[in-house]
Design a protein around this ligand. Sequence first.
Ligand code: ADP
Ligand code: MG
Length: 273
Amino acid sequence: MNHDATAPLLALDRVGKRYGDRTALQGVSLAVAPGETVGLVGESGSGKSTLARLALGLLAPDSGTVRFAGRDPYRLRGRADRALRGRLQFVPQHPRGSLNPALRAGEAVGFALRLHGTPRAERAAAVARLFAQVGLEPALAARYPRELSGGQLQRVAVARALATGPDLLVCDEPTSALDRAAQARLLDLLTELRERTGLAYLFISHDLAVVRRLAHRVLVLRHGRVVEEGPADRLWDSPAHPYTRALLDAATGAAPPAPGLPRTTNHLTTDHI
Ligand code: ADP
Ligand code: MG
């Protein structure tokens, strides 16, 4: 590609998006460099999934620009763009809903390879390699989604995303449907993949504790605007915005409330901030 290697892989510049008269995002700028993990955190309804859909080119912004490797992802449609499209992939929140129940796990990954243009003769070996890469037993390739656990399904979703050789994975709440142990294992897998392949992530969660484990840099989204951004550890140790403090409080259940703020518990109630 003729894209400058030092330029960001993904760049959103002052992006706005409305649904009818509801503003989902306003003036949001964000960049992900090659190999970088950027975390996006915010409570439900703050605009995280809208941002993911814009980054993936599933939605077009009303204002501002979105670029992946210098191109508008919303326009990456034609056959000629297949290779570039394959460099940008998605890991969903609910793998059970995103995997075809009639396809065995290996077939689902094979189908992604086929769409990407991998020749038929190479697909079985590629599926086996992808299963190994995400730590799934080869025998699980013959199972249907209903025969797999949530954690296994999420690994199939990651294998399917890796099938096209991506540079960036957009992960929208990938751990929130998993139990604690499966969550930790998935975060370990994503960390290991990143170290091995140099993958970049846009990693989205409502849980600052989860984001902190993976992200180099974090943006805090509230009501469709970025209210704070910085290195993950800095946000964790000394959040500047009261909303970030509330998220931190919700994540740890132990942090003292910010001055003048009522204590939040499991459910964020931050409209007063
Ligand atoms: P999050 O992922 O942080 O929960 P979303 O991006 O899903 O946030 O939603 C942001 C806002 O946009 C919310 O107020 C939500 O109700 C609204 N919204 C999201 N998708 C749609 C849609 N397809 N039509 C109308 N409103 C939507
Ligand atoms: Mg969402």
